[in-house]
Write a protein that binds this ligand. Structure first.
Ligand code: 5GP
Length: 265
């Protein structure tokens, strides 16, 4: 598929125009960033793994009726997606206390939350994605009550589904971030605006712990220098049964591309 002009470049992905109106190509980069861009690295193979893992998760969500921006994966690093206008809110769902929640409120690390907790952060790197209240969302018109209620419901459904899916492969879904977007009216033949799950769901956007050892299998490996990030992401892909056994795992910093074998559908 022919890529058009670059529409947007983020920290981990690039969006290109696609031939059909209302669609775009989402390209997964190998760049890893943490702490609001203060820590950076290029980790070869990360984009390939996130592309495949996110495709698997979003397709599974589609099957249970969650509408997402994903149309199809087109190659190792790229997906064809529906072009949406991203709602400038990061929806954070937590099942176990860790990360910024423990720092902010002094909650003990690893506390299992009685009910999943949904938090809203305003999506702005220059402000450090600050936590906001529902009232801020309405006051500054980031989205209306109906849309926020719909998204809230989607977040808990997605959490229920993903918690079960990961539990089945011996992984605890500790927390994760979701983004949603609006389709533009009259595009893709639609006359009504739709709210779609967008961005990605991958070990870059989730905290995933091995159910027994609580070993980190997500981006915290990079954030906290816990070892080989690729090995953690490969383990997630392997347990999801979308990656053949890896025979050649390299350390984080290497020069040659690693051989990641993706199963054909
Ligand atoms: P925390 O607020 O504890 O730093 O993050 C909570 C969860 O949301 C973690 O799973 C984290 O990976 C995800 N998350 C929060 N903000 C971002 C972000 O800006 N980028 C990515 N990739 N994940 C985020």
């Amino acid at each position: 598929m022919k890529k058009g002009k670059k529409l947007y470049e983020g920290k981990a992905k690039i969006l290109y125009a696609a031939p059909d109106k209302g669609t775009a190509i989402q390209h997964f980069k190998d760049d890893a960033t943490a702490f609001n861009n203060q820590k950076k690295a290029i980790i070869e193979g990360k984009g390939i793994l996130n592309n495949r893992i996110s495709e698997h998760i979003l397709s599974s969500l589609n099957h249970i009726g969650i509408e997402t921006h994903l149309i199809k994966r087109i190659n190792m690093r790229e997906q064809l997606i529906k072009l949406v206008e991203i709602i400038p809110i990061e929806f954070i769902i937590r099942n176990i206390a860790t990360g910024s929640l423990t720092k902010r409120l002094g909650i003990e690390e690893g506390t299992i939350l009685e009910k999943p907790l949904l938090e809203f952060c305003y999506k702005d790197d220059s402000l450090g994605d600050p936590l906001i209240a529902r009232e801020h969302i309405y006051a500054f018109n980031y989205c209306d009550v109906k849309t926020l209620n719909f998204i809230t419901n989607q977040c808990f459904r997605i959490n229920d589904f993903l918690q079960g899916m990961f539990k089945g492969i011996g992984i605890k879904l500790v927390d994760f971030k979701l983004e949603f977007g609006r389709t533009r009216k009259n595009e893709s033949g639609s006359t009504t605006e739709k709210i779609l799950l967008a961005d990605e769901i991958s070990p870059d956007t989730c905290r995933l712990w091995d159910a027994t050892s609580e070993k980190k299998l997500d981006k915290d490996i990079f954030r906290k220098d816990l070892g080989n990030l690729i090995k953690g992401y490969q383990e997630v892909a392997r347990r999801l049964d979308i990656l053949h056994e890896q025979t050649n795992i390299r350390p984080i910093k290497f020069t040659k591309p690693i051989a990641v074998k993706i199963k054909k559908k």
